[in-house]
Ligand binder design. Sequence first.
Ligand SMILES: Nc1nc2c(c(=O)[nH]1)N[C@H]1C(S)=C(S)[C@@H](COP(=O)(O)OP(=O)(O)OC[C@H]3O[C@@H](n4cnc5c(=O)[nH]c(N)nc54)[C@H](O)[C@@H]3O)O[C@H]1N2
Ligand SMILES: Nc1nc2c(c(=O)[nH]1)N[C@H]1C(S)=C(S)[C@@H](COP(=O)(O)OP(=O)(O)OC[C@H]3O[C@@H](n4cnc5c(=O)[nH]c(N)nc54)[C@H](O)[C@@H]3O)O[C@H]1N2
Ligand code: SF4
Ligand SMILES: [Mo]
Length: 754
Amino acid sequence: MATEQRKTNCHFCGYLCAFTATVEDGRITALEPDASRYPYDPQVLAGCRRWPMNLEVLDGADRVNRPLRRVGERGSGAWEEVSWDEALDDIAARLAALAAEHGPGTLASMIGGPHTSFWPLHRFMTLFGSPNNMGIGQICWNPRIWMDVLTFGWTVEADITDETGCVVIWGTNPAESDNSLFWRTLLKIGRSDVPLVVIDPRYTRTAAAADIWLAPVPGTDCALALGMLNVIIAEDLIDRAFVEEWCHGFDELAAHVAPWTPEAAAAECGVDAEDIRRVARLFAGPAPSALVSGRGIDQVGRSVAPTHRAICCLRALTGNVDRPGACVLAEGSDFVPEVDLELTLEHADELAARCLNTGVTPLQSYEGYARVAALTERMGRKLPARYLTSAHPDLVLRAMETGEPYPVRALIVEATNPLLTYADTHRVFAALSGLDLIVVLDYYLTPTASLADYVLPAAGAMERPTFQAHGGVANIAYGGPAACAPYYERKVDYEVFRELGLRLGQEDAWPEATFEEAIAATLAPCGMDWETYCELGLCYQPPAYGKHLQPGPDGRPQGFATATGKIELASEALGALGGPRLPEPGEPRRLCSDAFIAEREAEGWTHLPLITGARKQPYNASMYFNNEAFRRRHPFPVAEVSEATAAALGLSSGDTVVLATDHGEARFVLDTIRMRDGLINADYGWWHPEWEAGAPEFGGMWESNVNCLTSCTVDEGEPMIGTWSYNAIDCMIRADDRPLSWQPGFTPDPAARG
Ligand SMILES: Nc1nc2c(c(=O)[nH]1)N[C@H]1C(S)=C(S)[C@@H](COP(=O)(O)OP(=O)(O)OC[C@H]3O[C@@H](n4cnc5c(=O)[nH]c(N)nc54)[C@H](O)[C@@H]3O)O[C@H]1N2
Ligand SMILES: Nc1nc2c(c(=O)[nH]1)N[C@H]1C(S)=C(S)[C@@H](COP(=O)(O)OP(=O)(O)OC[C@H]3O[C@@H](n4cnc5c(=O)[nH]c(N)nc54)[C@H](O)[C@@H]3O)O[C@H]1N2
Ligand code: SF4
Ligand SMILES: [Mo]
């Protein structure tokens, strides 16, 4: 028996911790944390409940191991195993036929969180000629990227160091979502003299570590930020020298925020005016202040762009830009940036002509990308393109539903479970059910995979090399080699798209036969070879501070990569695209119509604001519900309210409740926690992997799936990007006496369920 020690990485979250695998005859038999490689931290590993799952997941009985072809009706759960050649030949032939009939835009794709490298799919889409890649572009991370780039000319990262004098954590809960190095840093800050401020309607574990907890009404963070700006200007707490030299539009901004007194802001956001003053003064204090924001303010529809813009202005007015202890502007990558791997720009005109976003979401479009990228490229930095131009799901779903402006008839789904994680499950289900061809690349037969024509078995981390590069907006990449070849007939995603591409005339575009070779080629410009990457697990250059002061080509300070060369408090680029130059909060998204509210109130329901999907360990979106130990300890999907809200509803912790909007219903177990009154937070992602993924149960996903309540309609989204709302929405709630399937001993009775 051949036994080897191989370097590899866990990919159950974005950290990609390094491990040494014992491999016997091609099978991993043991894993040891690898202290020699980035980002090793013994405490993180000791606290992580996921990594021990790796062996179980590698050979789990529920994994898809060979390509499956649908033999029965769509969703019926009847499959036959086929060879890769049979599957890819047929998929390629059908894609070619559909493109010949409807044009290449007829193929759409869906991705999810950063579970794998998505650029191979995007390269395939580019060469196929389709701009219709959907994913997290409008709702996760990208709104912040857009607004940072518009304001500062590139993205910023918080820089928490010994010099930091104040830390603000805004709409993010790293205690559950990160649970790693960053969370440990915050715990240290919480124990130190440095004030830690947490802005979150829920009293999270992060809030518990803080000195000050502000609990705004969901979706009103822009008003809160404008109130802080008002205080900073009114009390002359600005960094005057920095603002005069490096900021554009100060007078305009000052006039704009003048009406936003702390009292006026307090009336909107429900935070005490005195607290707004206190936090503004802390943030504007003499020492550097760091600020980290997250999903809580990314997924608030119309207010998303102005909230981020107002936060950018807070950083700028207080001089907390590209300064140690505050934040640092990232550098472009020395390795090949994602946009070049995708080949998007080479085909931008053709893609733009078919892009459904054109004229609808001016920033999140090829036109918006071109305008902003022209500014950043002057400083040699290339923005990722596919995320920042990703097609709006509402528009693609409409093209599936109506054939307008052209029919979208085929879909590739990679590393996402959209029936649980995209907005409006009923709509997604109906739209997918009517397609001609669905190809799903996943580890498991998920509810989404159950609708496919082909389910293709993806190789997971440890069976494939990993390369995490944050879309190339920073000069960091990390990961490592596969420990073993893929088990059974699983394939590395890269190879799937390459082989499909080769069948469709893309020979010239896929010179590297394996993902390993492709990563080596990506790293080549840094002078790092594959062996060194595997050895170190990291390719990184720390960014310099104060880069605006570095000399440009004319010897003068190069400034910022914006139209004015300064930090744009008033955004010229947004203005040029027809957007607001200054941050102005938008109305929250209403998911319950007046008629619906009236009808349900008459039946004893109550109308309340809703937020969804707050992260909780050990699950991740719709993943890890197949882990029995996790399920025993965390058996119920939960809807949280404060004690006072529960009392007002006449409910108690442990009661079953049903939530409803115009779009559908979902049922949860009520839990009372410390949080803002008059508000519900509901879990997301819940389904039963142990049930049939297909008809009639669809893994039980109709029962407690919060996305049965949500909607992504573009008209009600943020007008420049198209961001829809998972937070700052509304629903009807009441007690429910039907048994929940999450109770032990429950057996599904299809007849009794809808
Ligand atoms: N209501 C509501 N909806 C939300 C959110 C919310 O907060 N509230 N959050 C949104 C956000 S921020 C995000 S990022 C999305 C996340 O949405 P998704 O990414 O769709 O969520 P996951 O459940 O993590 O889906 C991952 C799927 O990919 C598969 N997978 C994992 N690794 C790999 C791999 O390496 N290769 C392949 N081919 N498959 C793999 C898993 O088996 C699983 O089926 O959800 C969004 N939706
Ligand atoms: N365990 C686990 N970890 C994950 C994931 C997972 O599914 N599970 N998903 C990963 C992904 S895809 C992402 S994008 C990240 C997200 O990571 P985070 O950005 O940290 O997201 P959450 O943990 O949901 O924290 C968001 C917080 O915002 C609050 N919030 C909601 N609405 C508002 C609002 O209007 N204003 C303010 N100020 N706060 C609000 C919520 O109460 C919640 O505590 O997590 C990643 N990590
Ligand atoms: S789940 Fe994340 S933190 Fe845990 S070992 Fe894997 S990569 Fe590291
Ligand atoms: Mo996300």
